[in-house]
Design a protein around this ligand. Structure first.
Ligand code: COA
Length: 199
C-alpha cells in the first residue's frame, strides 16, 4: 500500500514522513504538558521517550495498520505537530489523532491538516468511516472535529484505562459520504453553518 510515503500538501502546510532528524522536534512537542494533557502521554523527559513513539509509528506503517504524518509549515523542514490514523482497516474504519505545538494553536492548522488526511484516508485507504475519541474537557479537539463535520456519537464512561486511571471519552465519527458532501458544499460556496451540539 505504501511504496513511498504519501506526502500531502495543503494551503499552508506540508504533511511529511517523520524521519530520525525530527526526533528533537517530536521530543519538544510532547515535553510540553499542555500538549500531552489529553493524550494519555506522560510529558517526555528525554529523547528516548520520543523515540518509543517514533518506533511505534514506524511499526504501524510497516504493517499498514496506521499512518502518521509530521506537520511542517511550508518552506520549513522541522515538524510542529503530527497527525494521522492510529489505526485503520481498509474498507472499514480509521481512528484519527492529531497534535500541534502550543505556539501554533488556534490558527486553523489542525483542521487544515485533518482535511487533507481525511481525504487521503477516504480516497486511498478506502476507509468508510473515521472515528475520533476525545477526553472530556479537550474543547479545542471537539471543535476541530465539529468544524470537519464529525458527528458526536456519545460520551462513553471509562472508555479508556491508562496509567492506573479511567477516562470518559466523547466519540465522534465521520462517514465518507458526509465528508464528500461537505466538501462539495464548500466548493460550491454553499457552506452550511457548523453545528454546535451540546456535549
Ligand atoms: C487539538 C489541537 C490539535 C487543535 O489544534 P489547532 O490547530 O489549534 O486547531 P484549530 O485552530 O484548527 O481549531 C481549534 C478550535 O478550537 C477552539 N478552541 C480552542 N480552545 C478552546 C477552548 N478552550 N474552548 C472553546 N474553543 C476552543 C478555537 O477557537 C478553534 O475554533 P474556531 O476555529 O472556531 O475559532 C491542539 O489544541 C493540540 O495540539 N492539543 C493537544 C493535543 C490534543 O489534545 N490532541 C487531540 C487528541 S484527541
Amino acid at each position: 500500500m505504501f511504496e513511498t510515503f504519501p506526502q500531502l500538501t495543503t494551503e499552508r502546510l506540508e504533511l511529511i514522513e517523520i524521519k530520525k532528524t525530527h526526533l528533537i522536534d517530536f521530543f519538544n512537542l510532547f515535553r510540553d504538558e499542555r500538549v500531552a494533557l489529553y493524550y494519555q502521554i506522560i510529558p517526555f523527559k528525554e529523547a528516548k521517550d520520543a523515540q518509543v513513539y517514533l518506533d511505534l509509528f514506524e511499526f504501524r506503517l510497516k504493517r499498514e495498520t496506521g499512518i502518521r504524518w509530521g506537520i511542517a509549515l511550508k518552506g520549513f523542514t522541522e515538524i510542529i505537530g503530527t497527525i494521522g490514523f492510529n489505526s485503520f482497516q481498509r474498507n472499514h474504519t480509521g481512528n484519527l489523532a492529531y497534535d500541534l505545538q502550543f505556539n501554533f494553536w488556534n490558527r486553523g492548522y489542525a483542521t487544515e491538516a485533518a482535511r487533507a488526511v481525511l481525504e487521503y484516508g477516504f480516497d486511498h485507504l478506502q476507509i468508510r468511516r473515521v472515528e475520533a475519541d476525545v477526553v472530556i474537557g479537550n474543547t479545542a479537539s471537539d471543535r476541530v472535529l465539529v468544524k470537519l463535520g464529525f458527528k458526536f456519537d456519545g460520551a462513553v464512561p471509562t472508555r479508556m484505562y491508562w496509567n492506573g486511571s479511567y477516562y470518559d471519552k466523547k466519540v465522534f465519527s465521520l462517514s465518507r459520504e458526509d465528508f464528500n458532501r461537505r466538501g462539495e458544499e464548500r466548493d460550491s460556496g454553499n457552506v452550511f453553518p457548523e453545528p454546535l451540539p451540546e456535549f
